[in-house]
Design a protein around this ligand. Structure first.
Ligand code: ARG
Ligand code: ZN
Length: 450
Protein backbone atom coordinates (compact mmCIF):
# COMPACT_ATOMS: atom_id res chain seq x y z
CA UNK A 1 0.00 0.00 0.00
CA UNK A 2 1.78 3.05 -1.21
CA UNK A 3 1.56 6.76 -0.71
CA UNK A 4 -1.98 7.98 -0.63
CA UNK A 5 -1.04 11.25 -2.27
CA UNK A 6 1.80 13.49 -3.46
CA UNK A 7 4.94 11.31 -3.40
CA UNK A 8 7.15 13.29 -1.01
CA UNK A 9 9.68 10.46 -1.04
CA UNK A 10 10.74 10.94 -4.62
CA UNK A 11 11.08 8.46 -7.41
CA UNK A 12 7.88 6.39 -7.13
CA UNK A 13 6.00 6.18 -10.39
CA UNK A 14 8.06 8.18 -12.83
CA UNK A 15 11.48 6.64 -13.42
CA UNK A 16 12.57 4.11 -16.00
CA UNK A 17 12.84 0.34 -15.78
CA UNK A 18 14.17 -1.67 -14.11
CA UNK A 19 12.63 -0.79 -10.75
CA UNK A 20 14.83 1.72 -8.98
CA UNK A 21 17.05 0.62 -6.12
CA UNK A 22 15.77 3.34 -3.79
CA UNK A 23 13.03 5.91 -3.31
CA UNK A 24 15.31 8.89 -2.89
CA UNK A 25 14.78 9.26 0.86
CA UNK A 26 17.05 12.04 2.08
CA UNK A 27 18.52 9.94 4.90
CA UNK A 28 18.22 6.43 3.43
CA UNK A 29 18.45 6.81 -0.35
CA UNK A 30 18.57 3.07 -1.08
CA UNK A 31 15.69 2.13 1.24
CA UNK A 32 12.58 1.11 -0.60
CA UNK A 33 12.42 0.38 -4.29
CA UNK A 34 10.71 1.82 -7.31
CA UNK A 35 8.08 0.27 -9.56
CA UNK A 36 5.76 -1.68 -7.28
CA UNK A 37 3.58 -1.47 -4.21
CA UNK A 38 3.42 -4.29 -1.65
CA UNK A 39 0.02 -5.24 -0.19
CA UNK A 40 0.96 -8.27 1.98
CA UNK A 41 3.97 -10.09 3.44
CA UNK A 42 3.52 -13.72 4.43
CA UNK A 43 6.41 -14.77 6.63
CA UNK A 44 7.05 -18.45 7.31
CA UNK A 45 10.00 -18.71 9.65
CA UNK A 46 11.55 -21.63 11.49
CA UNK A 47 14.01 -21.04 14.31
CA UNK A 48 16.58 -23.67 15.33
CA UNK A 49 18.50 -22.74 18.51
CA UNK A 50 21.44 -25.00 17.56
CA UNK A 51 23.61 -22.69 15.49
CA UNK A 52 20.91 -19.99 15.83
CA UNK A 53 19.60 -20.97 12.41
CA UNK A 54 16.66 -19.37 10.66
CA UNK A 55 14.98 -20.97 7.66
CA UNK A 56 12.49 -18.55 6.20
CA UNK A 57 10.18 -18.25 3.25
CA UNK A 58 8.68 -14.84 2.59
CA UNK A 59 5.84 -14.40 0.13
CA UNK A 60 5.46 -10.83 -1.09
CA UNK A 61 2.25 -9.84 -2.81
CA UNK A 62 2.64 -6.64 -4.80
CA UNK A 63 1.19 -4.61 -7.63
CA UNK A 64 3.38 -3.40 -10.49
CA UNK A 65 3.19 0.36 -11.00
CA UNK A 66 4.73 -0.01 -14.46
CA UNK A 67 5.97 -2.84 -16.63
CA UNK A 68 8.77 -4.63 -14.77
CA UNK A 69 11.43 -6.69 -16.53
CA UNK A 70 13.24 -6.74 -13.21
CA UNK A 71 12.82 -5.20 -9.76
CA UNK A 72 14.68 -4.78 -6.47
CA UNK A 73 14.00 -5.89 -2.93
CA UNK A 74 15.91 -4.54 0.05
CA UNK A 75 17.75 -7.47 1.59
CA UNK A 76 20.68 -7.66 4.01
CA UNK A 77 20.07 -11.19 5.31
CA UNK A 78 21.75 -14.60 5.04
CA UNK A 79 22.08 -16.95 2.08
CA UNK A 80 19.21 -17.01 -0.41
CA UNK A 81 18.08 -20.52 -1.34
CA UNK A 82 15.51 -19.67 -3.97
CA UNK A 83 13.36 -16.98 -5.59
CA UNK A 84 10.18 -17.48 -7.59
CA UNK A 85 7.82 -14.99 -9.18
CA UNK A 86 4.27 -16.19 -9.78
CA UNK A 87 5.43 -19.75 -9.19
CA UNK A 88 8.29 -19.76 -11.69
CA UNK A 89 11.97 -19.69 -10.68
CA UNK A 90 13.42 -16.20 -11.13
CA UNK A 91 16.97 -15.04 -11.67
CA UNK A 92 18.32 -13.12 -8.73
CA UNK A 93 21.51 -11.33 -7.85
CA UNK A 94 22.66 -9.61 -4.66
CA UNK A 95 24.15 -6.15 -5.00
CA UNK A 96 25.08 -4.70 -1.64
CA UNK A 97 21.85 -4.18 0.29
CA UNK A 98 19.70 -4.98 -2.73
CA UNK A 99 18.35 -8.19 -4.19
CA UNK A 100 17.75 -7.76 -7.93
CA UNK A 101 15.06 -10.12 -9.19
CA UNK A 102 14.53 -10.83 -12.89
CA UNK A 103 11.36 -12.84 -13.43
CA UNK A 104 11.09 -15.39 -16.25
CA UNK A 105 8.60 -13.08 -17.99
CA UNK A 106 8.06 -9.33 -17.67
CA UNK A 107 5.32 -8.27 -15.25
CA UNK A 108 2.69 -6.08 -16.87
CA UNK A 109 1.77 -2.66 -15.52
CA UNK A 110 -0.94 -2.95 -12.82
CA UNK A 111 -0.47 -6.72 -12.54
CA UNK A 112 -0.57 -8.24 -9.07
CA UNK A 113 2.36 -10.62 -8.66
CA UNK A 114 3.76 -12.88 -5.97
CA UNK A 115 7.43 -13.17 -5.19
CA UNK A 116 8.66 -15.91 -2.89
CA UNK A 117 12.12 -15.60 -1.38
CA UNK A 118 13.68 -18.35 0.77
CA UNK A 119 16.79 -18.02 2.86
CA UNK A 120 18.78 -19.94 5.47
CA UNK A 121 21.32 -18.88 8.08
CA UNK A 122 21.55 -16.31 10.86
CA UNK A 123 20.18 -12.85 10.04
CA UNK A 124 22.60 -10.06 10.99
CA UNK A 125 22.51 -7.68 13.91
CA UNK A 126 23.17 -4.25 12.41
CA UNK A 127 25.11 -1.54 14.18
CA UNK A 128 25.31 2.11 13.35
CA UNK A 129 26.46 5.24 15.21
CA UNK A 130 23.37 6.94 16.57
CA UNK A 131 21.28 3.80 16.17
CA UNK A 132 23.14 1.23 18.27
CA UNK A 133 22.24 -2.42 17.64
CA UNK A 134 19.15 -3.22 15.62
CA UNK A 135 17.77 -5.62 13.04
CA UNK A 136 17.89 -9.25 14.22
CA UNK A 137 19.03 -9.13 17.86
CA UNK A 138 20.06 -12.38 19.53
CA UNK A 139 18.74 -12.98 23.02
CA UNK A 140 19.77 -15.57 25.63
CA UNK A 141 17.08 -17.95 24.46
CA UNK A 142 16.08 -16.72 21.01
CA UNK A 143 15.81 -13.45 19.13
CA UNK A 144 14.09 -10.07 19.09
CA UNK A 145 13.60 -7.95 15.95
CA UNK A 146 13.85 -4.14 16.19
CA UNK A 147 14.22 -2.69 12.71
CA UNK A 148 13.85 1.10 12.80
CA UNK A 149 14.81 2.73 10.55
CA UNK A 150 16.34 0.51 7.82
CA UNK A 151 16.84 -2.83 9.54
CA UNK A 152 13.88 -4.89 8.31
CA UNK A 153 15.99 -5.96 5.34
CA UNK A 154 18.22 -7.85 7.82
CA UNK A 155 15.56 -10.54 8.08
CA UNK A 156 12.78 -9.61 5.63
CA UNK A 157 13.30 -9.22 1.88
CA UNK A 158 11.07 -6.19 1.44
CA UNK A 159 10.28 -2.74 0.17
CA UNK A 160 11.91 -1.35 3.29
CA UNK A 161 10.53 2.17 3.51
CA UNK A 162 7.58 3.50 5.55
CA UNK A 163 6.01 4.98 2.43
CA UNK A 164 4.95 1.42 1.42
CA UNK A 165 2.84 -0.20 4.13
CA UNK A 166 1.35 -3.69 3.92
CA UNK A 167 -0.56 -6.26 5.97
CA UNK A 168 1.41 -9.14 7.52
CA UNK A 169 0.87 -12.83 8.27
CA UNK A 170 3.44 -14.68 10.36
CA UNK A 171 3.96 -18.39 10.98
CA UNK A 172 6.88 -18.91 13.36
CA UNK A 173 7.97 -22.43 14.23
CA UNK A 174 10.10 -23.04 17.32
CA UNK A 175 11.02 -25.93 19.62
CA UNK A 176 8.00 -26.44 21.89
CA UNK A 177 9.82 -25.21 25.01
CA UNK A 178 9.98 -21.73 23.38
CA UNK A 179 7.28 -19.29 22.33
CA UNK A 180 7.02 -16.84 19.44
CA UNK A 181 5.34 -13.44 19.24
CA UNK A 182 4.79 -10.95 16.45
CA UNK A 183 2.42 -8.09 15.62
CA UNK A 184 -1.38 -8.26 15.70
CA UNK A 185 -3.59 -11.16 16.71
CA UNK A 186 -2.67 -14.80 17.29
CA UNK A 187 -4.20 -18.07 16.17
CA UNK A 188 -4.12 -21.02 18.52
CA UNK A 189 -0.57 -22.47 18.45
CA UNK A 190 -0.19 -25.87 16.77
CA UNK A 191 2.29 -28.46 18.12
CA UNK A 192 3.66 -31.43 16.21
CA UNK A 193 6.77 -33.55 16.81
CA UNK A 194 8.18 -31.22 19.47
CA UNK A 195 7.79 -28.12 17.32
CA UNK A 196 5.16 -25.44 17.84
CA UNK A 197 3.95 -23.02 15.17
CA UNK A 198 2.71 -19.61 16.30
CA UNK A 199 0.63 -17.67 13.77
CA UNK A 200 0.06 -13.92 14.04
CA UNK A 201 -1.87 -11.60 11.74
CA UNK A 202 -1.60 -7.84 11.43
CA UNK A 203 -4.51 -6.70 9.29
CA UNK A 204 -3.83 -2.96 9.42
CA UNK A 205 -1.20 -1.74 6.98
CA UNK A 206 2.19 -1.68 8.67
CA UNK A 207 5.59 -0.22 7.79
CA UNK A 208 8.33 -2.87 7.50
CA UNK A 209 10.37 -1.36 10.35
CA UNK A 210 7.42 -1.93 12.70
CA UNK A 211 7.27 -5.67 12.10
CA UNK A 212 8.71 -7.66 14.99
CA UNK A 213 9.42 -11.26 15.85
CA UNK A 214 10.22 -12.29 19.42
CA UNK A 215 11.36 -15.84 20.13
CA UNK A 216 12.30 -17.30 23.49
CA UNK A 217 10.92 -18.23 26.88
CA UNK A 218 8.23 -15.81 28.05
CA UNK A 219 5.58 -15.42 30.71
CA UNK A 220 2.38 -13.92 29.40
CA UNK A 221 -0.70 -11.98 30.41
CA UNK A 222 -3.82 -11.36 28.32
CA UNK A 223 -6.91 -9.21 28.77
CA UNK A 224 -9.22 -6.96 26.79
CA UNK A 225 -9.66 -3.20 26.79
CA UNK A 226 -13.02 -2.89 25.08
CA UNK A 227 -12.60 -4.25 21.55
CA UNK A 228 -8.80 -4.35 21.90
CA UNK A 229 -7.02 -7.60 22.69
CA UNK A 230 -4.03 -6.89 24.93
CA UNK A 231 -1.20 -9.45 25.11
CA UNK A 232 1.93 -8.81 27.16
CA UNK A 233 4.94 -11.14 27.21
CA UNK A 234 8.06 -10.69 29.32
CA UNK A 235 11.23 -12.72 29.59
CA UNK A 236 11.05 -14.79 32.81
CA UNK A 237 13.83 -12.67 34.31
CA UNK A 238 11.34 -9.77 34.43
CA UNK A 239 8.37 -11.87 35.59
CA UNK A 240 7.74 -9.70 38.66
CA UNK A 241 6.99 -6.75 36.35
CA UNK A 242 4.57 -8.55 34.03
CA UNK A 243 1.37 -7.35 35.71
CA UNK A 244 2.59 -3.78 36.08
CA UNK A 245 3.68 -3.48 32.43
CA UNK A 246 0.42 -5.00 31.25
CA UNK A 247 -1.84 -2.89 33.46
CA UNK A 248 0.02 0.32 32.62
CA UNK A 249 -0.32 -0.46 28.92
CA UNK A 250 -4.09 -0.87 29.34
CA UNK A 251 -4.30 2.35 31.35
CA UNK A 252 -2.29 4.28 28.73
CA UNK A 253 -4.51 2.90 25.95
CA UNK A 254 -7.75 3.94 27.63
CA UNK A 255 -6.45 7.41 28.48
CA UNK A 256 -5.00 8.09 25.03
CA UNK A 257 -8.21 7.06 23.31
CA UNK A 258 -9.97 9.87 25.12
CA UNK A 259 -7.21 12.26 24.08
CA UNK A 260 -6.40 11.23 20.49
CA UNK A 261 -9.57 9.40 19.37
CA UNK A 262 -10.15 5.68 18.74
CA UNK A 263 -7.11 3.40 18.98
CA UNK A 264 -6.24 2.62 15.34
CA UNK A 265 -5.57 -1.14 15.70
CA UNK A 266 -7.35 -4.17 17.16
CA UNK A 267 -4.65 -5.46 19.47
CA UNK A 268 -2.00 -4.13 21.81
CA UNK A 269 0.39 -5.20 24.54
CA UNK A 270 4.12 -5.23 25.22
CA UNK A 271 7.17 -7.45 24.83
CA UNK A 272 10.01 -7.12 27.33
CA UNK A 273 13.09 -9.14 26.41
CA UNK A 274 16.72 -9.31 27.45
CA UNK A 275 18.96 -7.90 24.71
CA UNK A 276 20.58 -4.75 26.15
CA UNK A 277 19.42 -2.41 23.39
CA UNK A 278 18.89 0.58 25.65
CA UNK A 279 15.81 1.58 23.73
CA UNK A 280 12.25 0.54 23.05
CA UNK A 281 10.53 0.36 19.69
CA UNK A 282 6.87 1.06 18.98
CA UNK A 283 6.47 -2.15 16.91
CA UNK A 284 2.92 -2.03 15.60
CA UNK A 285 0.27 -3.01 18.14
CA UNK A 286 2.86 -4.44 20.58
CA UNK A 287 5.93 -2.33 21.47
CA UNK A 288 9.18 -4.06 22.44
CA UNK A 289 11.47 -3.03 25.30
CA UNK A 290 15.09 -4.13 24.97
CA UNK A 291 16.80 -5.01 28.22
CA UNK A 292 14.83 -2.97 30.75
CA UNK A 293 11.41 -2.74 32.36
CA UNK A 294 9.75 0.46 31.15
CA UNK A 295 8.29 3.02 33.55
CA UNK A 296 4.87 4.62 32.95
CA UNK A 297 6.11 7.48 30.79
CA UNK A 298 8.03 5.07 28.56
CA UNK A 299 4.95 2.94 27.98
CA UNK A 300 2.86 6.05 27.30
CA UNK A 301 5.46 7.10 24.70
CA UNK A 302 5.38 3.79 22.80
CA UNK A 303 1.58 3.57 22.93
CA UNK A 304 1.27 7.14 21.59
CA UNK A 305 3.34 6.06 18.57
CA UNK A 306 0.51 3.72 17.59
CA UNK A 307 -1.42 6.83 16.55
CA UNK A 308 1.57 9.01 15.68
CA UNK A 309 4.07 7.14 13.54
CA UNK A 310 2.36 3.78 13.08
CA UNK A 311 -1.18 4.50 11.91
CA UNK A 312 -0.11 7.88 10.50
CA UNK A 313 3.24 7.02 8.88
CA UNK A 314 6.13 9.06 7.62
CA UNK A 315 6.62 9.65 3.92
CA UNK A 316 10.29 10.45 4.51
CA UNK A 317 12.59 9.92 7.49
CA UNK A 318 13.43 13.64 7.65
CA UNK A 319 9.98 14.12 9.25
CA UNK A 320 10.92 11.92 12.23
CA UNK A 321 9.88 14.68 14.68
CA UNK A 322 6.26 13.88 13.70
CA UNK A 323 6.84 10.54 15.46
CA UNK A 324 9.17 11.39 18.32
CA UNK A 325 8.00 14.90 19.16
CA UNK A 326 4.38 13.72 19.36
CA UNK A 327 5.15 10.63 21.47
CA UNK A 328 7.25 12.76 23.83
CA UNK A 329 4.44 15.31 24.11
CA UNK A 330 2.12 12.44 25.10
CA UNK A 331 4.52 11.73 28.00
CA UNK A 332 4.29 15.38 29.07
CA UNK A 333 0.50 15.24 28.90
CA UNK A 334 0.56 12.10 31.07
CA UNK A 335 2.70 13.87 33.64
CA UNK A 336 0.38 16.89 33.57
CA UNK A 337 -2.59 14.59 34.12
CA UNK A 338 -1.09 12.41 36.86
CA UNK A 339 1.17 14.72 38.84
CA UNK A 340 -0.40 17.88 40.17
CA UNK A 341 2.99 19.55 40.49
CA UNK A 342 3.72 19.05 36.82
CA UNK A 343 2.43 20.53 33.56
CA UNK A 344 3.47 20.65 29.91
CA UNK A 345 4.06 24.38 30.40
CA UNK A 346 6.46 23.78 33.28
CA UNK A 347 8.33 21.08 31.38
CA UNK A 348 8.60 23.35 28.34
CA UNK A 349 9.84 26.22 30.50
CA UNK A 350 12.53 24.08 32.11
CA UNK A 351 13.98 23.14 28.74
CA UNK A 352 13.53 26.66 27.43
CA UNK A 353 15.72 27.99 30.23
CA UNK A 354 18.64 25.86 28.99
CA UNK A 355 21.31 27.42 26.80
CA UNK A 356 20.66 27.69 23.07
CA UNK A 357 23.41 25.18 22.41
CA UNK A 358 22.06 22.46 24.73
CA UNK A 359 21.34 19.00 23.26
CA UNK A 360 17.66 19.48 24.12
CA UNK A 361 17.52 22.27 21.53
CA UNK A 362 20.09 21.13 18.92
CA UNK A 363 20.11 20.08 16.17
CA UNK A 364 16.79 21.45 14.94
CA UNK A 365 14.12 18.72 14.94
CA UNK A 366 12.85 19.45 11.44
CA UNK A 367 16.27 18.78 9.94
CA UNK A 368 18.28 16.73 12.45
CA UNK A 369 20.44 14.86 9.93
CA UNK A 370 20.67 11.09 9.63
CA UNK A 371 22.99 10.40 12.56
CA UNK A 372 20.95 12.64 14.91
CA UNK A 373 17.52 11.49 13.80
CA UNK A 374 16.95 9.92 17.24
CA UNK A 375 18.87 12.63 19.06
CA UNK A 376 17.47 14.21 22.23
CA UNK A 377 16.37 17.42 20.45
CA UNK A 378 14.11 15.55 18.02
CA UNK A 379 12.19 14.33 21.06
CA UNK A 380 12.40 17.41 23.31
CA UNK A 381 12.36 20.31 20.89
CA UNK A 382 9.84 18.34 18.80
CA UNK A 383 7.55 18.25 21.85
CA UNK A 384 8.32 21.92 22.61
CA UNK A 385 7.09 22.74 19.10
CA UNK A 386 3.73 21.21 20.03
CA UNK A 387 3.62 23.09 23.35
CA UNK A 388 4.34 26.32 21.45
CA UNK A 389 1.48 25.46 19.10
CA UNK A 390 -0.87 24.71 22.01
CA UNK A 391 -0.14 28.08 23.63
CA UNK A 392 -0.66 29.89 20.35
CA UNK A 393 -3.96 28.27 19.28
CA UNK A 394 -5.46 27.29 22.66
CA UNK A 395 -6.46 23.88 24.03
CA UNK A 396 -9.58 23.42 21.92
CA UNK A 397 -7.96 23.92 18.53
CA UNK A 398 -4.79 22.13 19.64
CA UNK A 399 -6.43 18.87 20.73
CA UNK A 400 -8.80 19.02 17.78
CA UNK A 401 -5.77 19.24 15.48
CA UNK A 402 -4.16 16.17 17.10
CA UNK A 403 -7.37 14.16 16.81
CA UNK A 404 -8.01 15.20 13.21
CA UNK A 405 -4.40 14.37 12.29
CA UNK A 406 -4.89 10.84 13.65
CA UNK A 407 -8.34 10.20 12.21
CA UNK A 408 -7.95 11.81 8.78
CA UNK A 409 -4.65 10.00 8.13
CA UNK A 410 -5.52 6.68 9.80
CA UNK A 411 -3.68 3.77 8.09
CA UNK A 412 -2.02 6.35 5.84
CA UNK A 413 0.75 8.93 5.73
CA UNK A 414 1.41 12.51 6.67
CA UNK A 415 4.24 15.02 6.35
CA UNK A 416 5.25 18.24 8.11
CA UNK A 417 3.67 20.54 5.50
CA UNK A 418 0.35 18.73 5.85
CA UNK A 419 0.46 18.97 9.62
CA UNK A 420 1.07 22.71 9.46
CA UNK A 421 -1.78 23.11 6.98
CA UNK A 422 -4.14 21.16 9.25
CA UNK A 423 -3.15 23.18 12.33
CA UNK A 424 -3.77 26.40 10.39
CA UNK A 425 -7.13 25.22 9.08
CA UNK A 426 -8.27 24.03 12.50
CA UNK A 427 -7.19 27.14 14.40
CA UNK A 428 -7.80 29.77 11.71
CA UNK A 429 -4.34 31.16 12.54
CA UNK A 430 -1.30 31.63 10.38
CA UNK A 431 1.40 29.39 11.81
CA UNK A 432 4.23 29.24 9.28
CA UNK A 433 6.49 31.42 11.47
CA UNK A 434 5.94 29.28 14.56
CA UNK A 435 6.88 26.07 12.77
CA UNK A 436 9.75 27.69 10.91
CA UNK A 437 11.29 29.03 14.10
CA UNK A 438 10.78 25.86 16.16
CA UNK A 439 11.53 23.20 13.56
CA UNK A 440 14.16 24.77 11.33
CA UNK A 441 15.83 27.79 12.91
CA UNK A 442 19.13 27.11 14.67
CA UNK A 443 19.61 28.19 18.28
CA UNK A 444 16.99 29.02 20.89
CA UNK A 445 13.85 30.61 19.45
CA UNK A 446 13.70 34.16 20.81
CA UNK A 447 10.65 35.08 22.93
CA UNK A 448 8.06 36.82 20.83
CA UNK A 449 9.56 35.52 17.57
CA UNK A 450 6.67 33.14 16.93
N1 ARG B 1 11.42 4.97 17.98
C1 ARG B 1 12.10 4.52 19.16
C2 ARG B 1 11.51 5.24 20.36
O1 ARG B 1 11.10 6.35 20.26
C3 ARG B 1 13.58 4.75 19.09
C4 ARG B 1 14.29 3.82 18.16
C5 ARG B 1 15.74 4.06 18.07
N2 ARG B 1 16.30 3.14 17.14
C6 ARG B 1 17.54 2.66 17.23
N3 ARG B 1 17.95 1.82 16.35
N4 ARG B 1 18.29 3.03 18.22
O2 ARG B 1 11.43 4.73 21.44
ZN1 ZN C 1 9.61 7.27 20.15
Amino acid sequence: MGLSQGAGAGATGGAAEPGDSGLGDGYFPTSGNGGYDVSNYEVDLKFTPEGHRVDATVEIKAKAERELTSFNLDYRGPKITGVTVDGRPAEHERKGRELVVTPAAAIGKDAVFETVVSYTGTPPTLTNPGLGSYGWNKTKDGALVTAQPDGAAAWLPSNDHPSDKATFDFAITVPSRLRAYANGEPDKPVTEDGLTTYRWHERSPMATYLATVAIGRFVERRSRAGRIQVITAVDPKYRKSLKRVHDTTVKALRWQQRLFGPYPFSSSGAIVDDPQLGYALETQTRPVYGGFVPDEAFIVHEIAHQWFGNSVSLRRWEDIWLNEGFATYAEWLWKERHNRHESTRKIFNRYYRQSGSSPALNPVPGRPGRTEMFGFSVYIRGAMTLEALRRKVGDRAFFRTLRLWATENKDGHGDTEEFIALAEKTSGKQLDRLFKVWLYQKGKPAKGSW
